[in-house]
Design a protein around this ligand. Structure first.
Ligand SMILES: *Cc1c(COP(=O)(O)O)cnc(C)c1O
Length: 247
């Protein structure tokens, strides 16, 4: 099956899941996750209408994005994987949005680099970012730790001042939250994790109305329909579009 028809199928499944949840399908952005796939495959997806593309490693992205961005200037590039601070400078050159802001230190580094760049260019760009939160408690997951979600009062009290400091960084535009659910046999089992992220978003929106908090980036190939049922506004889908990863 071609990438174009797989992309159509995924869009169709997103639309059906949205309608089941009484949501507008147009309110859900599909990020096509292109990691491990070569530029010609990514170009095929863009030609088939994919506009939002996700990569998880800066080094790999640096080899692929510049030529694709030149050929397809309206494609938007999302960083969805953990970002080391020593790669933050490259990341802000490559990406339009970062879903994986997972510490105050990283946020401060990004803000400083954007400020330095703005000083050189006279630009006033704010970088759209999401805060990645580990609400499942899985030890292997990156993100601000909040196992159990907002029911974890001590965890929430520790998180709030960090969020407040990030919101004060002038070069970052916090748009919402991102999470990765544990791998489970039945995607329905991931729903409590997605629900926990939504509840946290609602709590943060109540406490910090200075940010919009519109976005919930959650759901991948195996669980994006469950994520949409719980309010995902961005789903990050790789294998359902491109097949198994190469290498
Ligand atoms: C790889 C990846 C995805 C896509 O996963 P699939 O299972 O291929 O859909 C989504 N989010 C993140 C953070 C990823 O690293």
């Amino acid at each position: 099956m071609s990438i174009a028809s797989r992309l159509d199928q995924v869009r169709e499944r997103i639309a059906r899941a949205a309608i089941r949840a009484q949501r507008d399908p147009a309110a859900i952005t599909l990020v096509a996750v292109t990691k491990t796939h070569p530029p010609e495959v990514i170009a095929e997806a863009i030609a088939a209408g994919a506009r939002d593309l996700g990569e998880n490693r800066v080094q790999e992205a640096a080899l692929k994005i510049p030529s694709l961005a030149a050929a397809y200037p309206d494609a938007r590039w999302h960083l969805i994987g953990h970002l080391q601070r020593n790669k933050a400078k490259t990341a802000i050159e490559l990406f339009d949005s970062i879903h994986s802001v997972d510490s105050l230190r990283l946020a401060e580094t990004l803000n400083r680099l954007l400020q330095e760049r703005a000083a050189g260019e006279g630009a006033t760009r704010r970088l759209p970012v999401l805060l990645q939160v580990n609400v499942s408690g899985e030890a292997s997951k990156e993100g601000f730790d909040l196992p159990g979600g907002i029911a974890n009062r001590a965890g929430l009290e520790a998180l709030l001042p960090e969020v407040e400091r990030i919101l004060a960084l002038p070069r970052l535009e916090v748009r919402g939250l991102m999470t990765i659910a544990p791998i489970v046999a039945d995607p329905e089992q991931a729903r409590p994790v997605f629900r926990a992220l939504r509840e946290l978003r609602d709590e943060l929106a109540r406490r910090f109305p200075q940010a919009a908090w519109a976005e919930l980036s959650m759901g991948m190939t195996d669980d994006f329909e469950a994520a949409i049922a719980e309010g995902a506004t961005i789903v990050r889908v790789g294998r359902a579009i491109f097949g198994e990863r190469v290498g």
